[in-house]
Design a protein around this ligand. Structure first.
Ligand SMILES: Nc1ncnc2c1ncn2[C@@H]1O[C@H](COP(=O)(O)OP(=O)(O)OP(=O)(O)O)[C@@H](O)[C@H]1O
Length: 251
């Protein structure tokens, strides 16, 4: 059974079918990329998955748990974490304090019953481990808002990791990055592969083809195809519909 499964998902905005009976699976250990031209419905689908939008029809499964009726924060609790195009980092707090808040929010009942000092030191060590996990150990005491863009995105990933997700949703993690920052983000995503499944929405096709186990191509709300990088690259419809658009200056 797939770790994550979408069945017949539908979302209408007035007369527009933004999500048109979409089926999609993500397996454990997989980085599954969602690609498609502007307006294809990628953001809508991610919002349906994370629970920001309510689907008109269809079901969403995490393992054997039907998460369709759950609200967004309940989906995080069920194991689905999201990184945002617009980051949710607290700009005026330090990296460490951002991580402490995230770790605290997801600490669960085990920590609540510990002595306060043991509790605190457990939280600190979890926050430090997360900083190290995303390469921010040396920036731990900096104010988050003063970090370079790439480091802020890395912090956003760390905040999502604090929830210990089974599935991580990454919405354009490379957006606005230069080549060095992108390369670092690619390495970070690659390093997460063994620990969780990832659904990646990204316009940077080099990064997508480097990272993705499988890709799903979305066009006008519909799945055009799902396949490996080679299958997608070689598919004539994809070249016409998507890569053609790319060559014309798709950002
Ligand atoms: N809240 C909304 N109300 C009405 N129409 C919407 C709404 N959100 C999205 N749409 C429409 O749904 C379609 C899919 O949009 P969506 O943003 O999901 O595409 P996308 O693939 O994420 O595009 P991009 O690559 O530009 O981010 C578009 O035609 C868009 O105009």
């Amino acid at each position: 059974m797939s770790l994550f499964r979408i069945e017949g998902l539908v979302k209408r905005f007035g007369g527009l079918l933004a999500t048109d009976h979409v089926n999609l699976t993500v397996d454990a250990g997989e980085i599954h990329a969602l690609i498609g031209p502007n307006g294809a419905g990628k953001t809508t689908l991610v919002n349906l998955i994370s629970g920001l939008l309510k689907a008109d029809a269809g079901r969403i499964w995490l393992g054997d748990h039907d998460i369709t009726p759950l609200k967004d924060h309940q989906r995080v609790g069920a194991g689905l974490s999201r990184c945002f195009q617009v980051t949710r980092v607290f700009a005026k707090e330090t990296v460490h304090d951002n991580l402490m808040l995230a770790v605290q929010a997801h600490a669960g009942s085990s920590l609540r019953f510990m002595a306060p000092r043991a509790n605190e030191s457990e939280l600190v060590s979890k926050a430090e481990a997360l900083a190290e996990r995303v390469g921010l150990t040396s920036e731990r005491h900096r104010i988050a808002g003063t970090l370079p863009h790439g480091a802020q995105r890395a912090l956003d990933v760390a905040l999502a990791l604090a929830a210990r997700p089974k599935l991580l949703l990454l919405d354009e993690p490379m957006a606005g990055m230069g080549p060095d920052e992108s390369a670092r983000m690619v390495a970070l995503i690659e390093s997460l592969r063994s620990e969780m499944a990832i659904l990646l929405i990204e316009h940077d096709m080099d990064a997508v083809f480097r990272l993705a186990t499988r890709l799903t191509v979305l066009v006008q709300g519909k799945v055009l195809m799902t396949g490996t990088a080679d299958e997608v690259r070689g598919h004539p419809d994809v070249q016409a519909v998507y890569l053609g658009t790319e060559a014309e200056g798709h950002s």
